[in-house]
Design a protein around this ligand. Structure first.
Ligand code: SAM
Length: 448
């Protein structure tokens, strides 16, 4: 462990008082490793069969991984989107946001997608998830995680918060601001982060956090909620940001967080009723988080225009492709944009000018006179929704070969596109003919 800055330790000492000794001791222990089961695709039984796990308190689907030598990212169930590797306390913010079926939710600082995919899992395929990431080169990993987890009802954008939130004024039931921060809670997991710590950096983060939160205030509807979270301990980036926000936005109030994890945040830094917010320290079973819940008490009426879906008349071939692969009814609106077809979610707002990178599911691409289905289309499928799917056991040589991009010899089904699943969770597809499955697993995702 790198040496922690004295200034940081002094702030922690005065914050934690007699608990400071335990806080310091936590740096001699290993960081927590956690996963969150993706209930869109998987259940606990399948995970229990493979891993030694123990329940966390932070969310219903959260588990500690008790073996520290498993290569989670290479595991077939990870490829299939059965779970997301997530620091255990990082799931607490979405538990507090509490997405409910049918809601419209904005995740304003979304990459790499841990919290977005948790929101999607709780929305259970209904409503709308809008995941925004202002740093464009971080949107690829966000998109890849949203696809892997089989999310159908999301929009991914890369837009400045001030533009996005002004144009989508009053549109969302709930907004999550998982703000960029100085990352003090990540020092155990990522000791490299220690060298970037300074008082100036903390202050700079605090200014940015308040600006993002002020923008988020525009996007939430009357009576809606904003959840603000960081993975840092500094009061400047936590209680003090909320205090300033409430002064600048008197139509918002701080809501009590009633949960059986973490501990009350602090009133001593100037935030009235600061104990309504929540803090998690390494002594509480997670690396560290601050979470505050804010309610919008004003009449923040949405002026957002609806998206006008194009007529489906010219997409007959794409529709037929969907019907040949799926045994369910089409779950959105197919649209062609240049040579690519998408299944757009229902009830979209006008998305123009908002840096949208993906809306809904990529169905496929026009290649001459035929349409090649996309990997994302199959990832969005559940096993029993496909007309044709070959299932492999999680520990079979075939699934490991498939994930390496190898062709598989098998006697299985009708000629054509066929889903490939692991323990009945779809993880991609191939093209089958004459006892051979041609591998369509994307090169960039393959195991070495
Ligand atoms: N919510 C994500 C998750 O659970 O996977 C983690 C988000 S991370 C803590 C904060 C994100 O905010 C980063 O992806 C960062 O690129 C983005 N960000 C950086 N500057 C920003 C700004 N000025 N406004 C909004 N987001 C910003």
């Amino acid at each position: 462990m790198k040496k922690l800055p004295n200034e940081f330790l002094n702030i922690m000492k005065s914050m934690l008082k007699e608990e400071y000794v335990n806080f310091l001791k936590s740096y001699d222990e290993s960081p927590y490793i956690g996963i969150r089961i993706n209930e869109l695709k998987c259940d606990l039984k399948k995970i229990r069969n493979e891993f030694n796990i123990k329940k966390t308190m932070f969310c219903k689907e959260g588990y500690y991984i008790l073996d520290n030598d498993v290569k989670l990212g290479m595991h077939p169930l990870h490829h299939a989107g059965a779970f997301y590797v997530q620091e255990p306390s990082a799931s607490a913010a979405v538990s507090i946001l509490n997405p409910v079926k049918g809601e419209k939710i904005l995740d304003l600082c979304a990459a790499p997608g841990g919290k977005s995919t948790q929101i999607a899992s709780m929305l259970k395929g209904s409503g709308l998830l809008w995941s925004n990431e202002v740093v464009k080169n971080r949107t690829q990993i966000l998109l890849s995680n949203i696809e892997r987890m089989g999310v159908r009802n999301s929009v991914i954008s890369s837009c400045r918060p001030e533009i996005l939130c002004s144009k989508l004024n009053g549109f969302f039931d709930k907004v999550l601001v998982d703000a960029p921060c100085s990352g003090e809670g990540m020092f155990r997991k990522d000791p490299e982060a220690i060298k970037y710590w300074s008082r100036e950096h903390v202050k700079m983060c605090a200014v940015r956090q308040l600006a993002v939160l002020n923008n988020a205030a525009k996007a939430v509807k009357a009576g809606g909620t904003i959840v603000y979270s960081t993975c840092t301990f500094s009061p400047d980036e936590n209680e003090k940001v909320i205090e300033k926000f409430l002064i600048e936005n008197p139509e918002f109030s701080l809501e009590n967080i009633d949960k059986n994890f973490g501990r009350s945040a602090f009133s001593k830094y100037g935030l009235t009723d600061g104990n309504k917010a929540l803090r998690i320290f390494p002594m509480d079973g997670g690396e560290g988080h601050f979470i505050a819940k804010l309610r919008c008490n004003t009449d923040n009426r949405s002026t957002v225009k609806k998206y006008i879906y194009k007529s489906m008349r010219n997409i007959k071939d794409a529709y037929e492709l969907f019907e040949s692969i799926f045994s369910i009814k089409l779950y959105g609106n197919i649209e062609r944009i240049q040579n690519t077809y998408f299944i757009l979610p229902n009830d979209l707002p006008d998305i123009s000018g908002l840096g949208v990178i993906r809306a809904g599911v990529k169905l496929g691409e026009q290649k001459g006179s035929r349409i090649e289905p996309s990997h994302a289309l199959f990832m969005s499928a559940r096993f029993n929704e496909l007309n044709n799917c070959i299932n492999f056991d999680c520990n079979s040589s075939e699934i490991y070969a498939f994930l390496k991009g190898k062709e598989i010899e098998i006697d299985c089904c009708e000629k054509g596109y066929v889903g490939v699943s692991v323990d009945s969770i779809v993880t991609g597809f191939g093209k089958y003919a004459d006892g051979r499955l041609k591998n369509k697993y994307p090169k960039g995702l393959r195991n070495n």
